[in-house]
Unconditional design. Structure first.
Length: 239
């Protein structure tokens, strides 16, 4: 098994999901070799997604457009983050501009890549089950902190509860190199801005990288004087 897999958004195959108005692009090599699902999801304007559950944890980063989660007053626009735990019921109301998000499921469902583990009901109850929602404004208020022993690297920790997948943003100066060792859990990275060298591979905005537990690798700036930024999801330490 390869310790690091990189796939680019532009190379992923488009799937039209049942019911219409919803499309998915899934990283196939990561799905099959690393047993995780990393997908870009797009919904048409005004779609309503009925209360439902999934069999595995999922973390979502809103990239474009917006949505509302019934029971919560704030719209989740670009930069917002949703963690929805396995078997936690939720519904979604898609905004007038539609929505596109990146979804990371550190353990993929036990289905084929062209199927879904969507199960309707029960009615979603705000605050019930495992989950955390952060609007883009809430994310932006979180501080950046220098990572000890890694010059030029800063972290914005977003979700740190060990019962949930760890979610952070990292940014690194163009001339810096940071060394990592993945813990005993897999990590998934999305290049959100600029360009980065991850594990010796040049990754431009839109690239996704899957890293197996225990893998040693580097993240380095690859842009001419411009810091690169990535979003990282790490599987939950405890269930």
């Amino acid at each position: 098994m390869r310790p690091i897999i990189r796939e680019d958004e532009r190379d992923l195959k488009k799937q039209t999901l049942a019911g219409g108005g919803c499309w998915r692009w899934t990283a196939e090599e990561i799905y099959r070799e690393h047993n995780a699902q990393v997908s870009f999801i797009e919904h048409a304007p005004g779609n309503t997604i009925a209360p439902h559950t999934h069999t595995v944890d999922e973390v979502m980063l809103i990239l474009d457009g917006g949505l509302k989660v019934p029971g919560y007053s704030e719209e989740m626009g670009p930069g917002s983050i949703l963690f929805l735990g396995a078997h936690t019921a939720y519904g979604l109301d898609i905004g007038e501009q539609g929505v596109r998000w990146l979804m990371v499921r550190p353990r993929r469902p036990d289905i084929e890549i062209d199927q879904t583990d969507y199960k309707e009901g029960p009615p979603a109850t705000p605050g019930h089950g495992r989950g955390q929602l952060l609007t883009s404004a809430e994310v932006e208020r979180l501080p950046w902190a220098a990572v000890k022993g890694a010059g030029g690297l800063e972290e914005r920790a977003v979700v740190a509860d060990e019962r949930y997948p760890k979610v952070s943003f990292y940014r690194i100066a163009a001339d810096s190199v940071a060394r990592f060792t993945a813990p005993d859990r897999p990590q998934y990275l999305y290049v959100a801005d600029g360009a980065l060298e991850i594990g010796g591979q040049t990754c431009h905005r839109g690239a996704i990288v899957s890293i197996r537990p225990g893998t040693e690798y580097t993240i380095a700036g690859a842009g001419a004087g411009v810091a690169g930024e990535c979003w990282m999801v790490e599987e939950a330490a405890t269930a």
